[in-house]
Ligand binder design. Structure first.
Ligand code: NAI
Ligand code: NA
Length: 395
């Protein structure tokens, strides 16, 4: 079939297998071009099919020749209906990994559930024995708690006061004022239940209790801080409360891993266009200004550049350069004073009329379409494609 983008708000209902494959190939080529990383050899990535998790899987496999197990929650294609991009990405990743002689297996299902943890435990027992790196990169709006069965929904709200600021509809370029009401009831606890550290710890407990973590095993989860303008709705809001919980959980897990000399870290990454971040109000406007400034300074990075640098310079580069709260910072270039000062100045003046000039709306929009395999350079979108693509290890 011929597959075209069909967008509804900040989601795209279709995705393109050839475009997704090309994205994966481009990321692999980037990692290879940067040379070998003396990193982990047996890696589990939870949230492995898109964004930072996919970049982590690719960096492990093609930077360090690692065997990888990837867990994600994606929709396979059916006749006449394209699958979700994570499914196509994973199909492409496994194809490339296998061709390079690398072990790669994937599990598609709810990572929050006991059942999926059990499947992963069994797969590690059968195939890899022990894991030396666990990347935790889930981004989800909901979580069903595995022991109580309660279904929690996360929200993106400020805490305390109404937050009003500018935002942009990146499809039309229209800048408008939005107001977001503060969290109420159990919004904060619910968001912590979904995006906090409890599930990360459950994964590590499950692996450790089965003796599936190698001596000195490391685990890393991803977090975000961001600028002053988004603080009320992000870091000081409900999602920030969840990130605080996630960051605190790193210390708990490190304690748990003492007997094997293991460590848990949080890496604070840069703001990037992913399916998760497109859904957060105000962030798209910030990202479009940030991209403009960082590209002009020659310091723009995407997910793959971020994770390749995280691995080569921090995790396996001998200098974690932890901040005062014990976090790894690869948002260091985003947070540079000169970058933030320029973004702030642009923020003040941004309007519908000038945004296409002072911001990188085109870069934002392109990245958004790229997430779904569209507008990828070199892909022939007129060509008939088979929408049903299988992930080789999932039958
Ligand atoms: P993403 O939406 O691209 O990736 C999320 C991954 O989680 C996908 O592989 C998806 O299949 C998987 N997933 C979601 N729910 C699942 C479930 N129930 N079971 C199994 N897999 C599930 O998101 P992104 O942006 O890569 O986010 C990953 C982490 O990075 C998050 O913790 C996010 O807060 C953090 N981060 C994101 C930044 C950004 O600007 N996008 C910046 C800094 C940190
Ligand atoms: Na991810």
């Amino acid at each position: 079939m011929i597959i075209e983008p069909r967008t509804r708000g900040f989601i795209c209902l279709t995705s393109h297998p050839t475009g997704c494959e090309q994205n994966v190939i481009n990321q692999i080529e980037y990692v290879k071009s940067k040379g070998k990383i003396d990193g982990a050899k047996k890696v589990l990535v939870i949230g492995a099919s898109t964004g930072f998790g996919l970049a982590s899987r690719i960096s492990s496999a093609f930077g360090s020749d690692a065997a990888t197990i990837g867990v994600f929650f994606d929709k396979p294609a059916t006749e006449g209906r394209p699958g979700s991009p994570g499914f196509y990405n994973t199909a492409a990743f496994e194809k490339q990994a296998t061709a390079a002689g690398l072990y790669a297996k994937s599990i598609n299902g709810d990572a929050f559930s006991n059942e999926i943890k059990e499947q992963v435990v069994n797969l590690i027992k059968e195939d890899l024995g022990q894991i030396d790196l666990v990347i935790y990169s889930l981004a989800s709006p909901v979580r069903t708690h595995p022991t109580t069965g309660t279904r929690y929904k996360s929200v993106l709200k400020p805490i305390g006061d109404v937050f009003s600021n500018k935002t942009v509809d990146f499809h039309t370029g229209k800048v408008s004022e939005i107001s977001i009401n503060p969290a109420e009831g159990e919004d904060v606890e619910n968001t912590i239940n979904v995006m906090g550290g409890e599930d990360w710890k459950m994964w590590m407990d499950a692996l450790q209790s089965e003796n599936l973590l190698a001596e000195g095993a490391t685990t890393v989860a991803y977090s975000y801080i961001g600028p002053e303008v988004t603080k009320p709705v992000y870091r000081n809001g409900t999602i920030g409360a969840a990130k605080d919980h996630l960051e605190a959980t790193a210390f708990t897990i490190t304690d748990d891993l003492k007997s094997i000399g293991g460590k848990a870290y949080v890496s604070v990454n840069k703001a990037l266009v992913t399916q998760a971040s497109s859904a957060i109000p105000v962030i798209p406007l910030y990202i479009s200004l940030l991209y403009k400034v960082m590209k002009a300074k020659g310091i723009h990075e995407g997910c793959i550049e971020q994770i390749q640098r995280l691995y080569s310079e921090r995790l396996f580069g001998g200098d974690l350069a932890l901040d005062e709260k014990g976090r790894i910072r690869v948002d260091d270039w985003e947070m540079r004073e000169d970058v933030q000062a320029e973004v702030n100045k642009l923020w003040e003046t941004a309007t519908t009329e000038n945004l296409s000039e002072i911001g990188d709306l085109e870069g934002y929009s392109n990245d958004f379409y790229n997430l779904f395999g569209f507008k990828v350079a070199g892909v022939d979108y007129e060509a008939d494609v088979n929408e049903v693509v299988n992930v080789p290890s999932i039958q």
